[in-house]
Design a protein around this ligand. Structure first.
Ligand SMILES: [Zn+2]
Ligand SMILES: [Zn+2]
Ligand SMILES: [Zn+2]
Length: 538
């Protein structure tokens, strides 16, 4: 097949993959039902493919199979895309993957296919900051258009990409299909990017996780244009300078050096978890303190609900006293959250001895320390693996019944039985962070009520008793105003995530009975409030 034919074929595959909303819903329901049936009896052991010897193609082989994705030109964009771009940007773009397997589907396939012929998925994780000068907005628009083109050209891609003038943050997956393997597709994606900006992407640390279970592939690819790759909301300095300039980051330590440094005494060294508390709860770097609390670097969890809590925590007097004259080590899942965090720390707290950060995050560390090293528990991830213990390439994702034993002591938020999976998008009623709810509680009818009160461990610890919806949030959920002066305590910050649509619907219902103050002249199409029947078209 010629390149062109291959392109058109791929494009039509993706088109064919598109279903109407109704069809999608019907299929989803069907899938969920069949999943439920199979989850109790089927075991993911059938998919264990660790015994199969698989190889990764060499650079030369990858080069011969590489079919470049054409990069759109600025002229192309202004000529034919203007309209559709206007609709797309700066909004998110969603592209359906040509192939997607649910856990039930792949288990069924495993029964009739020899294991070495089963499709597998691969995962690619990386971030890349563009240091001065930033990409101009026109280049970001071009990159968005290029990413759309890549997804059409390589329809077996899925995942999430955050695109900003300051760079990219990428969680991608690919799946074997009739045109290309997952392994190849992800490498070819990297080649595409290097052609787009060779200077920027030649420095990138691409992390591949190959040959994972096919249901770990995302069913779609989402592109999000954003202002910042990680939103910290750091307070601006008086001179309006960048509060966390990237040239001020800490020293990047490869996993082996980070490991060694964890062995330093707790009187000289601390290790700060810059992830949120609900992630830290599943696993963390505290193995160095297992034998004696003073034996290694002191693990510190700032107990954040979201990244914007970091500055508040760091600016506390106790925190700064704790860090004084210490070597401060930072870590996160893949490394991206440490970049601005370490820069802000060095800019704000001047009396620390040194600032160090784990290059490639826990993800890379666990690749180099397959028995876990000083990391105990599971690494919470943002792809379909959900969370991975040491040496567990596929992670927990997939069916409900499956969970590998964990070494942390997490519990179901209702019945308190040991449980370590965030399933069903359950959220804390007070602050919105994900909460752990066990399979039994989740299927119990009496606990299906939407208004059921769920509290996360932080809200329990801090004695928070006010529901998030009863609090007025300002500053993007970073600050709260209590409706009246009661003795009840509200969460210091609130997280809005997945299932946000339900919350929007709820608000809609609430406000639909209230007259909009702009009446017929209201220009907001999505305005919640009540309007006269005839709205003036603007
Ligand atoms: Zn429970
Ligand atoms: Zn909470
Ligand atoms: Zn209105």
């Amino acid at each position: 097949m010629s390149n062109k034919e291959e392109n058109t074929k791929a494009k039509s595959d993706r088109k064919r993959g598109r279903l109407s909303r109704k069809e999608q819903k019907a299929r989803k329901k069907q899938r969920e039902e069949s999943e439920k049936q199979s989850s109790d009896t089927a075991s993911n052991e059938a998919l264990n493919n660790n015994f199969i010897q698989r190889t990764i193609p060499s650079e030369e082989e990858l080069e011969t199979t590489y079919v470049p994705t054409p990069i759109p030109s600025f002229q192309d964009m202004s000529a034919k895309h203007t309209k559709s771009l206007g609709k797309w940007f700066p909004k998110a773009v969603v592209l359906k993957s040509s192939v997607h397997y649910t856990n039930a589907e792949i288990l069924k396939l495993a029964k009739e296919t020899p294991p070495e012929q089963l499709p597998t998925a691969s995962i690619l994780l990386f971030y890349q900051y563009v240091t001065e000068p930033l990409w101009p907005q026109s280049k970001v628009d071009l990159l968005m258009a290029f990413l759309v083109q890549i997804a059409e050209h390589r329809p077996n891609l899925g995942g999430r990409i955050r695109v900003a003038r300051e760079g990219l943050n990428v969680t991608l997956s690919a799946i074997d299909d009739q045109h290309s393997t997952a392994v190849e597709t992800l490498r070819h994606f990297c080649r595409d990017l290097k052609r787009f900006d060779s200077k920027v992407f030649s420095q990138t640390d691409f992390k591949f996780i190959d040959h994972v279970q096919a249901d770990r592939h995302f069913k779609d690819l989402k592109l999000f244009p954003v202002q910042e790759l990680v939103f910290y909301g750091f307070p601006k300095s008086k001179e309006d300078q960048d509060p966390a300039p990237l040239e001020k980051t800490g020293v990047h330590l490869p996993p082996a050096d980070f490991h060694k440094m964890l062995e330093q005494d707790s009187s000289s060294t601390v290790v700060i978890d810059v992830r949120n508390h609900y992630e830290a709860a599943l696993g963390r770097f505290d193995g160095q303190q297992a034998e004696a609390p003073t034996a290694g670097a002191e693990y510190i969890d700032p107990k954040m609900r979201k990244s914007t809590d970091f500055a508040k925590w760091l600016n506390k007097k106790e925190t700064q006293e704790k860090l004084q004259d210490k070597n401060v080590m930072l870590f996160c899942t893949g490394g991206v959250r440490c970049e601005r965090a370490s820069a802000y720390l060095r800019n704000t707290v001047t009396n620390v001895k040194g600032v160090f950060q784990l290059q490639g995050g826990v993800e890379k560390y666990l690749q180099e320390f397959p028995t876990g090293g000083y990391f105990r528990g599971k690494n919470f991830v943002f792809d379909k693996r959900e969370a991975c213990g040491a040496g567990d390439r596929d992670g927990d994702g997939g069916v409900l019944g499956h969970s590998n034993s964990s070494t942390t002591e997490t519990k179901c938020c209702l019945c308190e039985k040991p449980w370590d999976r965030y399933l069903g998008k359950k959220k804390c009623s007070m602050c919105g962070v994900p909460v752990l709810m066990c399979d039994k509680c989740m299927s119990s009818k009496s606990k299906k009520d939407d208004n059921l009160l769920l509290r996360c461990p932080l809200c329990v610890e801090e004695g928070v008793t006010v529901r998030a919806e009863d609090v007025e949030w300002t500053n993007n959920g970073m600050d709260s105003i209590l409706p009246d002066a009661t003795s009840n305590k509200a969460a210091p910050s609130v997280l809005k995530w997945g299932g946000g649509h339900a919350a929007i619907k709820k608000d809609k219902r609430r406000f639909q009975k209230v007259q909009c103050r702009f009446g017929a002249e209201c220009a907001r199409k999505d305005c919640f409030f009540m309007h006269p029947k005839e709205r003036i078209k603007l």
